[in-house]
Each structure stands twice: as structure tokens, then as C-alpha cells.
Ligand binder design. Structure first.
Ligand code: FES
Length: 107
């Protein structure tokens, strides 16, 4: 696994069942706080590139705000139409109350 961890924010800056957008090196990511912990995925919907950070998180699912397609936050799996292409997922860790993202290795 890459040691290239990027600081995102304090863990308490993302409410439970909420999502935060993070832009880095020309790419957009989403960081989620779920009942199963923190996760990260690509930030754009695989259907029509809508920002998922404007979507709705419930449990471990993100619903796209544009056409209501949904993904499993933990795995990136496309769950409901019209999405059919999975999201990439990325490693996240929390240390001393701070969230870090590694974009060097996909999960
Ligand atoms: S852009 Fe996300 S479901 Fe269409």
C-alpha cells in the first residue's frame, strides 16, 4: 500500500451519514462518514459525471442527486439504475481525529 496519505479534515467535520467533496491533482473524490466507518470513492457519478457530494447518504449507500442512481459506498458497486458502472474506491484512515486519504492505491 502507498504511504502517500493526504490529510482531508478533522473526522468530526463530516457528520454521520454525510459526504465531503475533496479535490486533488485535477480529480474529485468523496469522503463519507457511515455507520461502518469512513470510506472514499471517486467524486463523480459514473452515469453523467454529477458530483456525488451533492447527493444523499443513507447507511452505506450514496444516491446521486441527478437521476437517483445509487452506489455502495464501501465497494463502489453500482446498485440501482441508471448507474451500471462501479465507482473506484480509495483507502481512508483516521489517526488522532484526522482523516487521511491514499490515492496511490485503489481498495
Ligand atoms: S448522473 Fe448520477 S444517476 Fe445520472
Amino acid at each position: 500500500m502507498s504511504e502517500n496519505w493526504i490529510r482531508i479534515c478533522a473526522a468530526d467535520e463530516i457528520d454521520e451519514e454525510d459526504v465531503k467533496r475533496f479535490d486533488h491533482d485535477g480529480k474529485t473524490y468523496c469522503i463519507y462518514n457511515t455507520p461502518e466507518g469512513f470510506f472514499a470513492t471517486d467524486g463523480l457519478c459514473t452515469h453523467e459525471d454529477q458530483h456525488l457530494s451533492d447527493g444523499f447518504v443513507f447507511d452505506t449507500v450514496i444516491e446521486c442527486p441527478l437521476h437517483q442512481g445509487s452506489f455502495d459506498i464501501r465497494t463502489g458497486e453500482a446498485l440501482t439504475a441508471p448507474v451500471c458502472i462501479n465507482l473506484e474506491t480509495w483507502p481512508v484512515k483516521v489517526e488522532e481525529g484526522t482523516i487521511f486519504l491514499s490515492v496511490g492505491d485503489k481498495t
